[in-house]
Design a protein around this ligand. Sequence first.
Ligand SMILES: *Cc1c(COP(=O)(O)O)cnc(C)c1O
Length: 358
Amino acid sequence: MTPHIRPDLASIPAYTPGRSNPGAVKLASNETTMPPLPSAAKAIGEAAELAHRYPDNQSGELRAALADFLGVTVANVAVGCGSVALLQELVQITCDAPTDEVVFAWRSFEAYPIVTQVGNATAVPVPLDDGAVHDLDAMAAAVTERTKLVFVCNPNNPTGTAVGREAIIRFLDRVPSHVLVVLDEAYYEYLRLTPEDRPDGVEIGRDRPNVLVLRTFSKAYGLAGLRVGYAVGDPEVITALLKVHIPFSVNRVAQAAAIASLEARHELLDRTHALVVERERVREALLNAGYRLPPSETNFVWLPLGARSAEFGEASAAAGVLVRPYGVDGVRVTVGDPHENDLFLAFATDPAVRARFA
Ligand SMILES: *Cc1c(COP(=O)(O)O)cnc(C)c1O
């Protein structure tokens, strides 16, 4: 007889890894195409030589480096095995009854409904507006006395859209201060809004204990394979996160690579700048070919193709470029190296493909 498994898990789809087609160009996971910088590779090698020793469970050196970089104290910073682990831990520290609600926009990051259900809480998805942007008024209206947590993905994955500083502040002013609001800023480094409009969660959260910011080393910092993300917030929230943290889950190699990458951030952010230039080139080419797509503040673009999304994904894969279709909403295309983007554009702007999809 099989052992008892929580029956509610049956409704969570079993994990299906992103497509990988040998030889195909992969623009499906928002990864950085460039390998770690030499300084990070050196730190990785040195840390690997100490692999027989447990890592620092408190990630003290990394948290101190992050605190210094962000202008906060170590007590304001937690790290996790990728920011997805922190998402799950955030549900664990806020929700303790199945009637507790977690509000988030939809469509947004696919981890939100999953971590909510795994945490035995109730998901409250709030549709994006028709420009694929967070509808913060509707989200504020969806907050009830049962709401324990709100995720705001800014910029939003998979639509690439961002909401500005004023809009975030207006939203926060409407949410009761006992509700934790998580600003998931995985793509923060790709934002090119003006300094006044830039929604810097760390700055916005300084005098708001119910705001917690998530950032990651997986995207602009190029360490997706090592799994390090971090949270910045009120010391009481951070202390709770440390309590539910899976011991030693941020490994020694990951901590060392993150510290080295933070030190080399100017080089990494130059790469980000080059990516933003490519992003605008890709978007322009798609607009000129007749596609509709919202502005992107991330390292990907969004094609709202509705019911034709899966078909577009299949056709692109057949042309050697893997992209990510999302149900009947749209297709997310990561911005890669120029030659990879050219391959995608050659497919998408082909007259026959345009005739079907643009
Ligand atoms: C990629 C991504 C993350 C980061 O995931 P990691 O676990 O840090 O690799 C978090 N939130 C969003 C919205 C993302 O797209």
